[in-house]
Design a protein around this ligand. Sequence first.
Ligand code: ADP
Ligand code: MG
Length: 234
Amino acid sequence: MLEIHNLHKSYPIGESSLHVLKGIDLKVDQGEMVAIMGSSGSGKSTLLNIIGMLDEADSGEYILDGLPIKNLTEKKAAVYRNKFLGFIFQSFNLINYKNALENVALPLYYQGMKRKERNELAMFHLEKVGLANWAHHLPKELSGGQNQRVAIARALAANPKLLLADEPTGALDSKTSHEIMEFIQQLNDEGKTILMVTHEEDIANMCKRIVRLRDGVIVEDKFVEQVRLKQQYV
Ligand code: ADP
Ligand code: MG
């Protein structure tokens, strides 16, 4: 699914620079569910953003789905992003004046899908996250957990191969966090590859593999027994 070799990233700070990623090697196969852990400022989001083609590394290799990601034009990067990747963020990043259905349908609009078709597909995904009855509500009329479900439906709308999540439960209480994680586990059961950033151990333990970042390098990379809160029937 993706392969990273000797990846480096620095941010300029005045005259000097901050070396955030100092030679990352990472390989993720299709069907994996990986947690990227590390303390605040350890470079988790930087790594995820590079993987998501929202940012670019200074050096090293990144291959996504067999395709070397390097020197892509903004237009080409957008095409690959839309085709391969779905994003979920801590703060949901929904558009506040659009209702749930419109938010989910938006990436399909950018893909050039016709209105009727994209609304049908958006509704299908809202049903999947259990929010069919909330389709015409605005984000401010929904709870945090419901908004994150809308965001997940939006991320899934274009059927991405890889789902990237940056602290997806960071703004939710622990019960709602676990519900969202169970849903993400279900998506993984259905074959979706998941890569998520978290600094919470209980959330990481619900994944199948934990990668730990410290001082810009991976200090641990291990497969774990995935914690399931209740029996799933898939
Ligand atoms: P994490 O997600 O693990 O908390 P980040 O990847 O967001 O860490 O940030 C790693 C370090 O890089 C932090 O010290 C942060 O302040 C710095 N940083 C992140 N983005 C930028 C940027 N665009 N410009 C300058 N410094 C940045
Ligand atoms: Mg972060």
